[in-house]
Write a protein that binds this ligand. Structure first.
Ligand code: NAD
Ligand code: USQ
Length: 397
């Protein structure tokens, strides 16, 4: 297949590009490199030394003989270029990673809120409008998030996108209705992913676009089979307080002798998936495209759930690191349960990689190898969800 990977220079995008190219697909990366600019804005860098996207593509060709194409387009702001690119290239599938994905970054200031909404909502809507206008029957696979659901499970498993409910009509008869599972986003970033869901619902119903939305949990790890092939194919690894995600942050903190930064009691339960499984799920989803006129296909792309304090204890036991319980800069439930259905990927053949399988050691090794690149002052998470929380955290950091 000819596959366009929008956001193919990012943490999940790059290993996906390599995975699909390795399978023999003709892969085109479309990215505006905004993530690299945000590193510059924040004064941080990936733990791992990343080459330019052009250099990464050159090394892949040298290693495998396979060509990757790179196109510098801002899909949120350059609608005509995006449409023209799609019309000229006519991909069979489009994978959409190209959004601002950090919840703390999206809550930093009003400017960051506005940027995140403009970027993410326009990126998704531009893509949908351009697919309709060009008449390309490409399967659109979008990376969404488990966070659209909020995290309280009321003791019931979160289904894969849809919920059957019963309502009473005016005659007092009970009628069944299928609805999108209600969203309850916990940050401006997560809110943009909730908005995306409505855009997908509309374009699938109105224009027959074939759309799959993958509600992904927190991705951990760094290497995949392909990024291991050469040092210059290495994946990015975010450790800073805005972009670093919890388990990868704990692992790098342990490697540099920094106490593990648990927010609040650490009673937050979240869904997780290893980066290798993430790219495998995308491959599986590509093969299972909905037909025109079908509802949006929604998968929960996660393999296990963990409580933050249990992860901290696990990493502490492995490495001897101290655990620090800090005031929480976020507005979120202090404790929650989370039960998630992921039957669809299991049925398609996903064999989940779990935390116990030695991959944690691999990440610690990567973290130790590049620990000299870490700026310790960028480790604390300082973006506060409200002004009041900000003042409190500042007084008692
Ligand atoms: P990332 O920030 O590393 O990558 C996103 C890429 O998209 C970057 O290369 C960026 O330059 C590009 N991009 C952003 N806006 C763009 C625009 N307007 N035009 C063109 N390119 C643009 O993020 P990631 O961790 O690889 O996540 C990829 C997707 O998966 C995101 O949509 C995210 O919401 C979702 N996701 C990520 C995780 C995770 O733990 N990393 C978990 C669940 C879902
Ligand atoms: N947390 C800590 N200490 C830290 C960092 C985080 O206790 O040093 C806590 C947070 O308060 C939160 C939980 O860990 O309760 C998860 O935080 P996170 O930064 O790892 O994940 P999150 O903000 O939810 O965002 C990440 C990705 C996002 C993706 C989401 C999937 O950045 O792109 O959508 O995970 S999910 O969480 O399932 O919604």
């Amino acid at each position: 297949m000819k596959i366009a990977v929008l956001g193919g220079d990012g943490f999940v995008g790059w290993p996906t590009v390599l995975h699909l190219s390795n399978l023999g697909h003709d892969v085109h990366i479309v990215d505006n490199l905004s993530r690299r600019w945000i590193d510059t804005e924040l004064g941080v860098q990936s733990l791992t030394p990343m080459d330019s996207i052009q250099e990464r593509c050159r090394i892949w060709r040298e290693q495998t003989g396979k060509t990757l194409h790179f196109h510098l387009i801002n899909i949120a702001e350059e609608y005509e270029r995006l449409k023209g690119w799609l019309a000229d290239n006519r991909p069979d599938a489009v994978i959409h990673f190209a959004e601002q994905r950090a919840a703390p970054y999206s809550m930093k200031t009003d400017r960051h809120k506005v940027y995140t909404v403009n970027n993410n909502t326009n990126a998704t809507h531009n893509l949908l409008a351009a697919l309709v206008e060009t008449g390309i029957d490409a399967h659109l696979v979008h990376l969404g998030t488990m966070g659209v659901y909020g995290y309280s499970s009321v003791g019931a498993a979160i289904p894969e996108g849809y919920l059957d409910v019963e309502i009473e009509n005016l005659e007092g008869e009970k009628k069944g209705l299928e609805i999108l599972y209600p969203t309850k986003p916990g940050s401006v970033y997560h809110m943009t992913k909730s908005l995306d869901q409505i855009l997908f619902q509309f374009y699938a119903q109105n224009d027959g676009l074939r759309i799959t939305d993958l509600h992904q949990g927190i991705v951990w790890g760094t290497h995949t089979d392909q990024t291991r092939r050469h040092e210059q194919l290495i994946n990015r690894f975010d450790y800073d307080g805005d972009y670093g995600t919890v388990l990868n942050r704990f692992l790098i903190q342990a490697a540099i002798g920094h106490p593990l930064t648990v927010h609040g009691t650490g009673g937050q339960t979240r869904a997780f998936i290893h980066i290798q499984d993430s790219v495998r799920c995308i491959e599986l989803a590509l093969k299972d495209a909905p037909k025109a006129g079908e509802r949006v296909k929604i998968f929960n792309q996660m393999t296990e759930t963990h409580r933050v304090r249990d992860l901290a204890e696990l990493v502490s036991k492995m490495t001897g690191a101290e655990v620090a319980y800090l005031p929480n800069p976020r507005k979120e439930a202090a404790e929650n349960d989370l039960i998630v259905k992921n039957d669809q990927f299991l049925a398609l053949g996903l064999d989940p990689i779990t935390l116990q399988e030695g991959l944690l050691d691999e990440v610690v090794e990567v973290a130790r190898k590049y620990a000299y690149r870490v700026d310790r002052s960028r480790v604390p998470a300082v973006s506060a969800w409200t002004k009041e929380i900000g003042e409190r955290v500042e007084k008692d950091p």
